[in-house]
Design a binder for this molecule. Structure first.
Ligand code: DQA
Length: 152
């Protein structure tokens, strides 16, 4: 009997930055009409079927996100899916937190940050991420999770 290969990662944290709690109503032409809870529920279902632990957290506060990254290290999280939202373009401290814990992560953005205002093209995270997935709507989270689970 052939054994299923184990997923690449066993404990995943999904971190959503400021204003992503408003998904569904916030600028739907850019971010879609799906609520954050619906995205989180979908990710939780996919992780459960792969028998992988997942936790999703959203905060509007930079320090809370930094604390969550520090906690993730202590909790044994081994992969992070990160949408830093507006902090993408500003946050040295969140970048430093990611570097400090050294947990591999994928940076995701629902909108195509390269096709918007020029200042959105700069990210404090892209050069230290495993990869970045942008511009495909909420599917960016699903694709990042597939990678984390070791799925093609
Ligand atoms: C975003 C893009 C950011 O530029 C913006 O500030 C956000 C959302 C995205 O998912 O497309 O809040 O990260």
């Amino acid at each position: 009997m052939s054994k299923k290969p184990l997923p690449a990662h066993r404990s995943i944290l999904v971190l959503h930055g400021p204003n992503l709690n408003l998904l569904g109503t916030r600028e739907p032409h850019l971010y879609g009409r799906e609520a954050l809870e619906d995205i989180n529920r979908r990710l939780a279902r996919a992780a459960k079927s792969a028998k992988v632990a997942i936790r999703c957290l959203q905060s509007n506060h930079e320090g809370e996100l930094v604390d969550a990254v520090h906690r993730a290290k202590k909790q044994g999280v081994d992969f992070i899916i990160l949408n830093p939202a507006g902090l993408t373009h500003t946050s040295v401290v969140l970048r430093d937190a990611m570097l400090a814990v050294g947990i591999p992560f994928i940076e995701v953005h629902l909108s195509n940050v390269h096709a918007r205002e020029p200042w959105r093209r700069h990210s404090y995270f892209s050069d230290i991420a495993v990869g970045s997935i942008v511009g495909l709507g909420s599917g960016v989270y699903d694709l990042a999770l597939r990678h984390a689970l070791g799925l093609p």
